[in-house]
Write a protein that binds this ligand. Sequence first.
Ligand code: PMP
Length: 375
Amino acid sequence: MIYFDNAATTAPYKEALKTYITASEKYFYNTASIHQSGKDAAKLLEAARAQILDLMGLKTYDLVFTASATESNNIAIQSMLRQKKQFGSTILTSELEHPSIVNVLEEMKKDGFTVKYINTNEDGKVDLDHLKSLLDSDVVFVTVMALNNIIGSIQPIEEITRMLKDYPKVHFHVDATQAIGKTDLNYNGVDTISISAHKFNGVKGIGGLFIRDLATMRPIQYGGGHEYNVRSGTVNLPGAVSMAKALRLTLGEAREVKERLSQFNEKIRTAVRDLPFIYLQPKAASYIVNMAFIGAKGEVVVNALSKRGIAVSTTSACASKLATLNETLLALNNEDKIIEGSIRISMGRHTSEDDVNKLITALREVYEELGDVLK
Ligand code: PMP
């Protein structure tokens, strides 16, 4: 199978797997145990934590290890909103967020919060003027993702951080799950930031939440209090050490991979641009190409490509089980037939020129095969 679904998950680096196994064998201990082996494990955990904070340029932050970005997003939202209730009840968010943000916010409405959506520009970025106009004294929480998982648009995080400096009551959360190694955003000043190792060639089951002011955070699940009393449960030490390794490797090769994938991105676009019933979403992050086969169903195209040994997806792995139209594509004012016919091609560090050539051949074959369906 030629893999073009790297926005859903990535193949782990061999080195990250090796680190995971070594740490599992040599340091299987509980980092909370007070015997010497436990202390050694805790020391290794702190080294991994410090390395990740350093690599992210967030040395003044704390990092809480979690099991996934979904968990990190849940902690940031639920923990903060519980405490903010007395100060206001409005949440601002982009229209482009992942279900692990949107569905949590929907749930928070039941607790009396109001969710307002910030408009999106035609290039898939939040409209800063609209955000500014929504910032009234009732706003307590703003959440905007760093890089969108459907079309790859990169959000103006630094500008939003600057804007929110004038609103000290507001907690600013960024879901940076897709952004690691894909763009050089500066997260300094953001209150909380979520990441997940499996999106940057790390292993599954380990994520992180960077926190600017730890004292403001409360747990949303209760237990032994392992991670700064914010997240309980025996810490996934092998995962944490392996995530540090994957992060170092990802950031080390980010520029080279980005340039290579940018050329591939252009090549794919050029190859289908002349086909009348293909619609290309605007180019953003280099690893994603989102296109619609107008008149067809995205699932049909995904299956036709799958039969040819090529893995792509319709929207995101998380959203594609839901029957509704994709929110990101709706936010960009796409017609229903474009949204329904959309596929997401997402490349990664393993993607080769040969893979891209095979993809292009298959895309054109599927286009021919669909024939009169397209209109
Ligand atoms: N946010 C975004 C933008 C994502 O793309 C994903 C993964 N699809 C998540 C959050 C959830 O990540 P995880 O699988 O680590 O829960």
